[in-house]
Write a protein that binds this ligand. Sequence first.
Ligand SMILES: [Zn+2]
Length: 387
Amino acid sequence: MSSWAISNPTFIKKEGTVRITAILWESDKEYELWYEVPDSIERYLFSDCLDAFLVAVLPIVSMKGCNLELKGCVSEKLYHSLLDNVIPLLSNNTDIYHPIKLVANKLFAPDCCHGHVGTGLSCGVDSFYTILSLSQKHDETPLDVLTFFNVGSHRSTSGFGDEESRRLFQQRLDMNMKCAEELGLPLLVVDSNIGEYLCRHQVPFALVHAFCSLSAVLACGSYFNRYYYASGQTKYDPSRLNKATGFVESKLCPWLSTEYVDLASYGGDKTRLQKLQDIVDYPLVQKHLNVCWRELKNCGECPKCIRTLMELYLLGKVDKYGSVFDLHEFYEHFDEYKESIYKWADKDEYSREIVEEFEKRSSYRESTPSQEICWGKKLWKEIFKKS
Ligand SMILES: [Zn+2]
């Protein structure tokens, strides 16, 4: 079995940021991996800690079936949890992952518990649900920081190259900063080239999504004491780990926690439609909802845009979302979009939920096209005639 290794990390301060860099030696190649965090959180960083790098590369190392040597130090809690829980979870449930050994030069168990409480801001449904729902929970330490990471999501669904994905990250960041301001919370940005590295190995982002995002939290050292990861899935199903990490998020989050930060999956008890119902009336959501897989603004045509439009329609609220979706196009193509949702429902549980809701309704109201659609189409035609 071949062995890979990660060097001790180095820190470089530059223009208001700290770049944490480590070299990953593969059998015959080497890569410089880095995370960049604001220098305002420098005092929370651990000088020779490799936790973030370890978590980010663990899936690819397990896919390749290599052992991994860590030349810096690793959280004792994380190290044992990876060996006892995470590596068996990966390798016992699918054939794309293999058992591996980890050799850490030094384990450490920092005693710090006074950090911040955070979650990610993406302006999508899961993210808004997590933020708005947590802001109403008065029995827990309140959320005080939002995050925005560049760890692969800005390239994945569009198949973007390095430059395009970096541009999309920057454009989305500008958009999300405005939303964070309206929410009254600071936005902590972590940039990284981990997405670029994984792209070299052609790993689908869905297979590493949770690992990459949570690695960025670990890169912040003890800045966070608790971090909520907005869950995209409701079911724990390790047999589908070869499709997405989402199916094991509820266990993966606590298993990737360390002595200095508790990672928790949030929102897995509700379906996408239920979450949307909870947030659909917030003016802030109506102004900022952004779900598109392809572009900066919602294209209205990709599967995620179509699904979200259909969900909003089913909740009777789609007309409130005219500033983030082209509703004229939606009503024009409604029948076609509905047909697509029915087609996707075999393989996609979000589409299945929408189909089930349509079926429920048609069982007590037999009319096609529905009155709302006739009304909606007429209204939008009138508006466009005037403009
Ligand atoms: Zn789209």
